[in-house]
Design a binder for this molecule. Structure first.
Ligand SMILES: [Zn+2]
Ligand SMILES: [Zn+2]
Length: 334
């Protein structure tokens, strides 16, 4: 294909706009609200209305010089570059960015997954000439189980230990709301208790039209009242003093990383739940094939295996090695 109009640091040169830039930039396109993608301090921010609402909630109204909401499927023209956003299925408002310029189509996936999720707009496949794909779980060992089976294991444990509280470590943006929604989908309609760090974003999801059922702050409940109940907390809280005020807690964590047994054991997790908001190895490969792209740039995670696989399919492929997306604490909970 012709020389791409996107640079390898995800800058669109002709309009000096960056996608998910780690440093403050005059013009930024933000794929979704997680902190390794959405930072405060940019000039103009273009993103979906949900992502902008999430950024304002986390960072404040003045976290960007100006906000440019672009709903899914609409287009924005800037100096001959056509920009549109398409659902990535990762968290509420998460988008893939489609850039069109002089007949060339480039898609930047951001973080994505293709499994159904009632808390995010469903992933949409977008055909392109150059695909910039994430690779968080870009190794053949990563094959995520059905999340409904993981929730069923959790509910069996709750039924088996009615005198214990089950505390589930979940990242506060996205994972917490998804786990709550999965519980509701499986028929669990009792109140779910929230650590204080979960309150704001759960309230925002409900405001944005995602029903989560009865939620209560765990702080308001005496210790004995939490026996047999489910409490959602940030992964960092389940091991510290906070969890000691729960009755004999069963420590669970919901994360794609919980498929790595050693990781679960090291973090003292009794009930690892393999629930991921990222594509697994099979989804990553299927997506590359279905976009009919000729060129693949791999970023955000385990890049090399996916580059090698793409080359074996006859595609031009290379790793981007953008340091901003190294596993930070933000990604741990996903
Ligand atoms: Zn993310
Ligand atoms: Zn990410």
């Amino acid at each position: 294909m012709a020389q791409p109009f996107l640079e390898r640091n995800l800058r669109i040169a002709s309009i000096d706009a960056f996608i998910d830039p780690p440093q403050p930039r005059a013009r930024a396109i933000i794929t979704h609200g997680h902190a390794d993608h959405a930072r405060s301090g940019h000039g103009a921010v273009l993103a979906t209305p949900d992502t902008i609402a999430i950024m304002k909630t986390r960072y404040g109204e003045d976290a960007a010089g100006s906000w440019d909401p672009l709903p899914f499927g609409e287009t924005r023209q800037i100096d001959g570059v056509t920009i549109s956003l398409h659902p990535a299925g990762h968290i509420l408002g998460s988008a893939q960015v489609l850039l069109e310029y002089q007949g060339q189509r480039i898609v930047v996936t951001g973080d994505y997954k293709r499994l159904p999720d009632r808390t995010a707009q469903p992933f949409e496949l977008v055909k392109c000439d150059l695909l910039v794909t994430e690779a968080t779980f870009g190794l053949p060992v990563f094959q995520h189980p059905d999340p409904a089976d993981e929730i069923a294991r959790l509910l069996r444990s709750v039924a088996t230990f009615p005198e214990r509280a089950h505390v589930i470590g979940c990242y506060a943006l996205g994972k917490a709301q998804r786990v709550i929604s999965l519980l509701r989908e499986s028929g669990y309609d009792a109140p779910i208790y929230l650590h204080g760090a979960m309150l704001r974003l759960c309230a925002l999801y409900e405001e944005l039209g995602i029903p989560l059922g009865p939620l209560l702050p765990s702080l308001d409940v005496p210790k004995t009242g939490l026996a047999g109940q489910i409490v959602i907390a940030p992964p960092s809280a389940i091991k510290d003093r906070w969890s000691r005020r729960l009755p004999d807690p069963v420590l669970a964590v919901a994360s794609g990383w919980m498929s790595v047994k050693q990781r679960a054991r090291q973090s003292g997790v009794e009930l690892p739940l393999v629930i991921s908001d990222h594509a697994d190895w099979n989804e990553l490969r299927a997506t590359i094939a279905e976009t009919e792209t000729e060129t693949v740039w791999v970023t955000h995670g385990r890049e090399d295996a996916l580059v090698y696989w793409s080359q074996q399919q006859g595609l031009a492929a290379e790793p981007l090695r953008i340091e901003a997306y190294e596993d930070g604490p933000e990604e741990e909970g996903e």
